[in-house]
Design a protein around this ligand. Sequence first.
Ligand SMILES: [Zn+2]
Ligand SMILES: [Zn+2]
Ligand SMILES: [Zn+2]
Length: 331
Amino acid sequence: MELRKDPITRSWVITGDDVPDSTPRPEAFCQFCPNSPVAAQLVSNMPGISGGPWSARAVVHPAPLYHVEGEPTRRGDGIYDRMSAVGAHEVLIENVRHDRQLWNASDAEIEQFLLLVAHRIQDLKRDARFKYVSIFKNYGVNAGQEFEHPNSQLTATTFVPRRVLYELRAARDYFKAKERCVFCDIISQELRQNQRVIEVRGDFIALCPYAPRAPYETWILPRIHDAAFERFGLARPASMLDFGALLRRTLQRIRTLTGEFHLVLHTSPNSLFRSKSLEYWKTIDDDYHWHIEILPLIAGKAKSYTFKEVYYSPVTSETAVKRLRGATIEG
Ligand SMILES: [Zn+2]
Ligand SMILES: [Zn+2]
Ligand SMILES: [Zn+2]
């Protein structure tokens, strides 16, 4: 695998002819369950709660896209740029139990998982090679789910992914013009108008964005400004209980409409090692605001937004919110 930069959009892609086959195969046992005969390479454990051997853990992905050894060795190829696929690729096991997903686990279990995420991001940001740590969850066959055991995945990359770069540049430009965080402004307007808010819980808000990319697109944000999820979570570990509960309830709502979704966590890039060329790092702590984005895949519309030049959503956010708010959930 290698990384190549698109000279027009300046975004990196990972490509190679030796693509690992990630289609899930029916297996006699689950490699992520505690008593599995095949142990994945352990990276980090969260202590067990209520008698379990552990509550959440990070392991090396069994077929990683990125490899942790070596230097990215960026090199030119005429007008093009390429680098080796150096990075980290981990599976974040959300729960010790095979049947406890983020929507039916206890709030204490989800809290442990969220703290694991915060610890992993903080740890990987100490590595100067890594510019960004992505956390994502693909649930459902059409979403590209790889493993059955409740899991999310992590990649640490030597570049900032395209979507995050767009957000960072836009947030920086808004801050330059108004000296305010665009996300904080969105939150206060949404709370004032109360047309697209799904639920507020503690310091967190779940809402449908004004211009959705997919029907029922949902964001969860902290109401207290912070650019970095890991800094927020580790400074306020108790708040992860509320965040976990809101995440759980929001996923329950979405699951009344569809079982498949993509989820991503957007946090600030690695600013421990400042880059001279990338201007956005000067005001990043003021202009960026961490959040979670959930993109549900609605049957028949699955993947329909992926290759669109203009996103099309057949449900407005105001209608989506009415249905999500009104959904009957377990609690
Ligand atoms: Zn399992
Ligand atoms: Zn903010
Ligand atoms: Zn985002």
